[in-house]
Design a protein around this ligand. Sequence first.
Ligand code: PBG
Length: 346
Amino acid sequence: MTTLRSVPEVFEAQAGFPTVRLRRLRRTETLRRMVRETALSPSDFIYPLFVTHGQNVRREIPSMPGQYQLSVDQLPREAEEVARLGIPAVILFGIPATKDPVGTENFDPNGIVQQAVRAIKAAVPELVIVTDVCMCEYTDHGHCGIVRQGSDGSFEIDNDATLDILGRVAVSHAEAGADIVAPSGMMDGMVAAIRQALDAAGFHQVAILSYAAKYASAFYGPFRDAAESPPQFGDRRSHQMDPANVREALREVALDVAEGADMVMVKPALAYLDVIRAVRQRFDVPVAAYNVSGEYAMVKAAARNGWIDERGVTLEILTGIKRAGADLILTYFAKEVAQWLQNSAF
Ligand code: PBG
């Protein structure tokens, strides 16, 4: 049996040692604020927006309470609110009018994202616009690339044929006024192909945020409702990463940085904090983390049931993602958190 000693007894037994009491610096909120190692700021956030055709559309996404499919006319107001809250950037996802095997609207100068970029730039020129560059929202089969189907029902995604289209999409987003393009399809060579296409068209100033380490995750479920982009057959495991791997994520990031990525992303965030940390330690480019739709939906659902404190849990999650090493966080919570941060200043 060991007998427990009180703190003063322990210190007495180690005479000559200073009495370390870590609680001294936790005594008041002001002291805690002084020694806080990680502070969230609205500048950390990138706010995702789903854009759809039509007029006056503000359609709430059932599995993502508080998030909407918006028509282009709604965007100026939304962009002004985001900027007023101190959030520096939005990322746009488009829901096209029609889908086909190659996703033609994706690189149409009058496509939904191209219209959205122009509307936001006209309303709030200083807001940074990131565009998601992928094919899954635009193709009728819902895959992230050109699909080659075998007669036996098997299929393959043609990596290199897809690269050509991704280059065209990036250039059309740049022509509309995008500041940053974010390829999310996990095709090999996508960053190099996009950099080449942008430079050839004279868009040297447009940056690339690569979804470098994007996992084949069940956490994307609500997004696929929001963007109407679930694969119509098969899954994405032939190009998105196996959730079990971290060394492979470092190879993905190394390749993308070598191909010219200005920033890299780890996605999802919450179940991949070790990946964020590993990427942060190894590379010096800005690291973004995507707090994805399923992570958002879980918090909202539990909070609606009264099972968790939404504000506490959200701040803890986002602080954890930043503490792990993320410089930027793509999050559906951005506006709410920016509001909380504004109101809690004292
Ligand atoms: C692909 C894309 C996806 C997400 C962002 N870009 C979906 C997917 O890969 O299936 C998911 C984002 C989220 O879940 O919040 N265009």
